[in-house]
Ligand binder design. Structure first.
Ligand code: AKG
Length: 347
């Protein structure tokens, strides 16, 4: 969804490169430098994932406006509250953003003809264009496998292996049939991108943007990328970490919310994730019930008596679960936990 010429940006609408440069004048700013083709690619060999350079704030505007453009630059995803105190006081939140749920507001600045490769984020995003034009190519999250996501548990997990600037249809044949949307945003426009929508973004001019990120309710995020990401946060040792990673407010609290999540994962074809959630609930409630809050999973299992056989079965099933691997037990485990009504303190 795009709101054209929103008029909702207040003083943020005046953040030209020159204005930003002036406000940053006395300090160094970290800028990422694109590959020669203009793409800000993640480099698996670099510690930060991107090639960075520091630049004097006072020279920022001139560096971004330098003609001819010899190097493409990007001030990338700079959290305004935490890292840009010079501008934080001028910020306003457009009324379409649920301000109380905001996670981060970021500042972006990019050279003409530079691009951010195809990827998705796990947050809802209101993208506000302040200066210059940006072109978005957007793909709905259901097309996950056809967009060739990077390997799980790596830094490129949420990036496509496809280079949209030069797509290789021999290597990535499913790409030929994907459906996409295209949008060019101009100063004053607001683009809403729901969480997990894939996007490829190219800057057509010297561009300044601000994006507003907030966590989706999990019921709005059920898609293959979310279910895959769930595995990353499914740590049997600390199932409570899930409450930090996702917004369960609509699902209830404590184990009720996690059981609802397990049911949703099962309904969306991920019995392995459902089994892992059940295992996490069981570990947390056993620790509480047995008074062993510090026990790791093997010591906890070793401390179980025969009366805990169902709990042991649940933890064993959870330890066996892997993304995409079928688990015939998940529905039984959920039913068992519903009956035994385990407690979970955090929620
Ligand atoms: O503007 C860009 O280059 C990338 C923006 C983006 O990926 C985002 O807002 O999530």
């Amino acid at each position: 969804m795009i709101i054209r010429g929103s008029g909702a940006l207040g003083r943020v609408a005046g953040w030209t490169p020159e204005y930003i440069s002036e406000r940053f004048a006395d300090r160094e700013v970290s800028i990422s430098v694109a590959d020669p083709d203009g793409t800000f690619r993640y480099d698996p060999d670099s510690e930060t994932g991107l090639r960075f350079e520091t630049m004097r704030g006072a020279t920022l505007a001139a560096e971004f406006r330098r003609v001819p453009v010899t190097r493409k630059l990007c001030l990338q995803q700079l959290p305004i509250d935490a890292r840009v105190p010079e501008l934080a006081g001028e910020m306003s939140v457009p009324p379409v953003v649920p301000a109380a749920e905001l996670n981060e507001i970021n500042l972006w600045m990019a050279s003409p003809d530079s691009r951010t490769p195809l990827h998705y984020d796990d947050m809802h995003n209101l993208f506000a264009q302040i200066e210059g034009r940006k072109r978005f190519v957007l793909f709905n999250p259901g097309q996950f496998e056809d967009l060739y996501p990077g390997p799980l548990n790596t830094r490129s997990e949420s990036f496509s292996r496809v280079d949209l600037k030069k797509p290789d249809f021999q290597r990535f044949p499913k790409l030929a049939d994907v459906e996409y949307w295209e949008a060019v945003v101009r100063p004053g426009d607001l683009l809403f991108m729901p969480a997990y929508w894939w996007h490829h973004v190219s800057s057509q001019d010297v561009s300044v943007s601000v994006n507003y990120w907030w966590r989706p309710d999990v019921r709005d995020a059920l898609c293959p990328a979310f279910l895959r990401q769930l595995y990353l946060n499914l740590n049997l040792e600390d199932v409570n970490a899930l409450f930090e990673a996702f917004d369960f407010s609509a699902l209830g609290t404590g184990s009720a919310a996690l059981l609802a999540l397990a049911e949703m994962a099962l309904a969306h074809g991920e019995p392995g994730a459902a089994a892992r959630i059940c295992g996490g609930i069981t570990v947390a409630s056993l620790r509480e019930g047995l008074g062993l809050p510090e026990a790791d999973v093997p010591s906890l299992v070793a401390a179980l008596g025969p009366e805990h056989d169902p709990a042991r079965r649940c933890i064993t099933a959870a330890l066996r679960a892997r993304p995409g691997r079928p688990s015939s037990e998940a529905a039984d485990l959920i039913a068992q936990l519903r009956v035994s009504n385990p407690t979970l303190t955090t929620g």
